[in-house]
Design a protein. Structure first.
Length: 129
């Protein structure tokens, strides 16, 4: 009976090692190695494989309910689809459209997990000065 337990334990260890190695390989192979392109003020489209860089002037062009971009902590977010979903009401999001909303976001949600997780879903790029 002791041999069966030892053999079972060894098999379990090998399976766990194989799974961990597989997960490690998946994470390391997802890096694309692409440089971050700088986007001109007229280019506002994004792709899923390239990070985009925007200025506050770019963000300011999206200051409405039909196109609502917000900068928070040097990242740019397209919150247009989130406006109607925001639990605190549409006005909280609409008041930040087209500007740096870092202070507003931090005052209301700073350090809270769920708002941070929701926000990251709408990330479209990085804010530059």
């Amino acid at each position: 009976m002791n041999k069966k337990i030892i053999v079972s334990a060894i098999v379990i260890v090998f399976v766990l090692v194989a799974v961990l190695l597989s997960l490690k390989n998946q994470k390391s192979s997802s890096y694309t190695g692409q440089a971050i392109p700088v986007v001109s003020n007229t280019q506002t489209s994004t792709t899923t494989t390239e990070a985009q860089v925007y200025t506050l002037a770019d963000v300011a062009k999206h200051a409405s309910a039909t196109s609502c971009w917000v900068a928070v902590r040097a990242r740019v977010y397209d919150l247009t689809p989130w406006i109607a979903e925001h639990p605190g009401g549409e006005s909280a999001i609409l008041s930040m459209c087209g500007r740096d909303g870092t202070q507003d976001f931090m005052d209301q949600h700073g350090g809270q997990g769920r708002p941070e997780r929701e926000l990251v879903k709408y990330n479209i790029g990085t804010l530059v000065q």
